[in-house]
Design a protein around this ligand. Structure first.
Ligand SMILES: [Zn+2]
Length: 226
């Protein structure tokens, strides 16, 4: 219980600092000097590797276009860990801003934003879903609604240590769609933090498609090969 309260306090603090605090001059990664309104210094931002090519997840019969802002690297890993496990919403906002830029630069067109869900139990433990946080940020700046009807029904085993094929089987059939009337013929942007084999995003996209969505595009912060 205490843990959840601390998370809520952090959330409130994040909202307040967003209102009164404009532009930190210290890099969030190394504490070095960063230009005004830049979250990372030149050295840290220079280490980021942009993932400029889109790619497909799935197979010939069913595949979905996916994009990632960066390749996985130590700096991106650190930012994601802080958002995901340390309730650091400032880092979350930095990452979400990069995603927003990618959407704008590629002129992606979609009607709704969705995100990879967590089980109720996992959500209760963490207090928030990092992918939902990113989706909410995009929603705010693009003025496109977030649809919360993708449900993670079963608790999958941890993906770490599983082979590519095992990961696909591990996440199959664990996502469900509620209120499918709201996604009929809609183009949907599906948000996740990291894409590895693409199994999780594929099964989410598959569930949306199966229940009537039109095109689904997957957008993640990072693309990882491990
Ligand atoms: Zn730095």
């Amino acid at each position: 219980m205490g843990k959840r309260i601390i998370k809520y306090i952090k959330k409130i603090f994040y909202c307040l600092t967003g209102l009164i605090y404009s532009g930190d001059e210290l890099c969030v990664i190394c504490n070095g000097y960063s230009e005004e309104s830049e979250a990372l210094c030149i050295i840290c931002s220079g280490k980021l590797r942009s993932c400029e090519e889109s790619f497909y997840i799935g197979h010939d019969d069913e595949k979905y276009l996916a994009m990632s802002v960066f390749y996985y690297s130590n700096i991106i890993k650190e930012l994601i860990i802080r958002l995901k496990y340390k309730s650091d919403f400032i880092c979350g906002e930095i990452l979400a801003k990069y995603m927003l830029e990618l959407v704008k630069n590629n002129e992606l067109q979609f009607d709704l934003i969705s995100y990879v869900p967590m089980t109720k139990k996992a959500l209760k433990n963490r207090g928030y879903n990092q992918s939902e946080f990113l989706a909410n940020y995009l929603s705010r700046f693009l003025n496109i609604k977030v649809i919360r009807n993708l449900i993670k029904a079963e608790d999958t085993k941890d993906q770490i240590g599983l082979s590519g094929e095992q990961r696909w089987n591990n996440t199959e059939k664990c996502f469900e769609i509620e209120k499918s009337q709201f996604i009929q013929n809609k183009n949907i942007l599906l948000i996740d933090d990291v894409i590895t084999t693409g199994a999780t995003a594929f099964h989410c996209a598959h569930s949306l498609k199966e229940k009537g969505a039109n095109n689904i595009y997957v957008l993640t912060i990072a693309k990882s090969n491990v």
